[in-house]
Design a protein. Structure first.
Length: 67
């Protein structure tokens, strides 16, 4: 339940480019990657939403263009 609420809040925050940038810099993406394997389907769905929002945003998608 707590993870679900946290992920819902994170979905809202990730619409702000500054929040995406901060999340990427503190290693949030690695934590989200781990949550994709969670036993709770709602946690996996919300994690996917956060990752989708991040990848769809110019800040999130441009981070790896130089690689």
């Amino acid at each position: 339940q707590t993870r679900q609420k946290a992920l819902m809040a994170l979905c809202d925050l990730m619409h702000d480019p500054e929040c995406i940038y901060k999340a990427m810099n503190i290693g949030c993406m690695e934590n989200l990657k781990a949550l994709l394997k969670d036993s709770n389907s709602v946690v996996r769905i919300k994690t996917t939403e956060v990752l989708y929002i991040t990848a769809s945003h110019s800040v999130g998608s441009s981070d790896r263009k130089g690689e």
